[in-house]
Design a protein around this ligand. Structure first.
Ligand code: ARG
Length: 437
């Protein structure tokens, strides 16, 4: 093959002039997509083996290619591989290096394949792995919550509506609500995984390939459930990336709600939680401060997770079939959401695990907030047969009385309550005080 050094060696056959510098800069993706290297090599090995099995390559050629690819994997792992921007992306970097190692045979690897089905395959494998890792981190965080919930099964706190003390609940119940949210996030990830796990390989550029390839073989070899039936769809679909990004955003949003509560609970005004020193920061000017920065960052990073989803959806809107270079913009948001969410899950788990809850303050707050008022109204309905609306009214008057006397509901004298409703007996104290256990 004759070569003009200035022209792209991978696709420059019909080109006479070299790319402008800015063209190269806008086109290059290696800085981002080098993270696909392991998937790219794995995909190429499966493809080469399939080509040999189908007698499209000789056995010897395939062995040479596979050995070369394994060498490249070692080079990348040990940090010896030189990623070159003039080779655009990970696929061409690896193929060019293969050529340096095994010579002309390297050019046969791309038989019956295009970068379009290649990149979609790599990307799906990468997201599949990311899902599996995120699910492990979600489960770890659920484990932390389960341990805390067990420890605080009988510890009372005020449950809130409108951020006003509403009814007494247990800390376990409150924390468990987040474990349930995380369980649904896990379900969403696993559900998305089934649609990620379809193999585009064999679609080639868009219309398939005339070679007698075996798509079932490569799909199986790479751990996919099946080859994708429509080749246009195989190279252009990215809804799997959107689903991944949405689920990251949704999970991050759940963490952000918990982060917000931790931030509130850590204020001296609430005093419900004390964060460990290793999960807080100080202020350079105000010595008394201990700030819940990790929680604030988790809350703040939700913006990034939402942004990544919007970015990808916007890239896809209005893209005609099949592959368009716009699609190269798909990796950065996905990598960033993965990095961000895995960091957030670990930060929240670490922060919670090392925190101490001030159960006294929680109980006091529940008592001071008249949180047994609803139980009082229910007692009036169940024992005196009052219509609920009337019971609500009577209870309101009793709460007002406690407020005027600056006391808790269970500190009111029976006669005082009887002056509001004569039917009330001393059994009422059973529901007015918060029972532990
Ligand atoms: N780097 C490209 C991407 O991520 C690979 C596919 C290039 N395909 C093409 N027809 N130029 O999308």
């Amino acid at each position: 093959m004759t070569e003009n050094k200035n022209i792209n060696q991978m696709w420059g056959g019909r080109f006479e002039e070299k790319s402008s510098d800015i063209m190269e800069q806008i086109n290059v993706s290696i800085g981002v997509d080098k993270r696909l290297w392991a998937q790219d090599i794995r995909g190429s090995i499966a493809h080469a083996e399939m080509l040999a099995k189908q007698n499209i390559l000789t056995k010897d050629e395939a062995v040479k290619i596979v050995n070369g690819l394994n060498m490249i994997a070692e080079e990348i792992k040990s940090g010896k591989f030189e990623f070159k921007t003039e080779l655009e992306d990970i696929h061409m970097n690896i193929e060019a290096r293969l050529r340096e190692i095994i010579g002309e045979t390297a050019g046969k690897l791309h038989t019956a394949r295009s970068r379009n089905d290649q990149v979609a395959t790599d990307f799906r494998m990468w997201i599949r792995g990311a899902i599996d890792e995120l699910v492990v981190l979600i489960e770890a965080m659920q484990g932390v919550i389960a341990t805390l919930a067990k420890k605080h099964a009988n510890d009372i706190m005020p449950g809130f509506t409108h951020l006003q003390a509403a009814q007494p609940i247990t800390l376990a119940m409150h924390l468990d609500a987040y474990a349930r949210m995380l369980e649904r996030d896990k379900g969403r990830f696993l559900d998305a995984r089934t649609r990620v796990n379809q193999c585009p390989l064999g679609a080639a550029a868009l219309a398939g390939t005339p070679y007698p390839i075996d798509r079932d073989f490569t799909a199986k070899e790479l751990g996919f459930d099946a080859p994708m039936p429509n080749t246009l769809d195989a190279v252009s679909a990215r809804d799997f990336a959107n689903e991944f990004l949405f689920t990251c955003a949704q999970c991050g949003l759940h963490l952000s709600r918990l982060a917000e509560e931790i931030i509130l609970w850590a204020t001296p005004q609430f005093g419900f939680i004390k964060l460990s020193d290793s999960w807080s920061t100080g202020s350079s000017i105000m010595p008394q401060k201990k700030n819940p920065d990790a929680a604030e960052l988790v809350r703040g990073k939700t913006g990034r997770l939402n942004g990544n989803l919007v970015q990808m959806m916007t890239v896809l809107k209005g893209l005609p079939l099949a592959y368009n270079k716009d699609l190269q913009e798909d990796k950065e948001p996905v990598f960033d959401s993965y990095d961000t969410l895995s960091l957030c899950l670990q930060a929240m788990a670490g922060m919670l695990e090392s925190a101490t809850f001030n159960t006294e303050a929680m109980l006091n707050s529940a008592e001071e907030g008249y949180t047994t008022a609803t139980a009082l109204a229910d007692w009036l309905v169940m024992n005196l047969g009052l219509p609920f609306r009337d019971a609500h009214h009577v209870t309101g008057a009793i709460v007002k009385m406690a407020e005027d006397k600056s006391c808790k509901l269970n500190e009111l004298a029976l006669e005082d309550m009887q002056s509001v409703h004569p039917g009330i007996t001393d059994e009422i104290y059973e529901v007015l005080s918060i029972k532990k256990g």
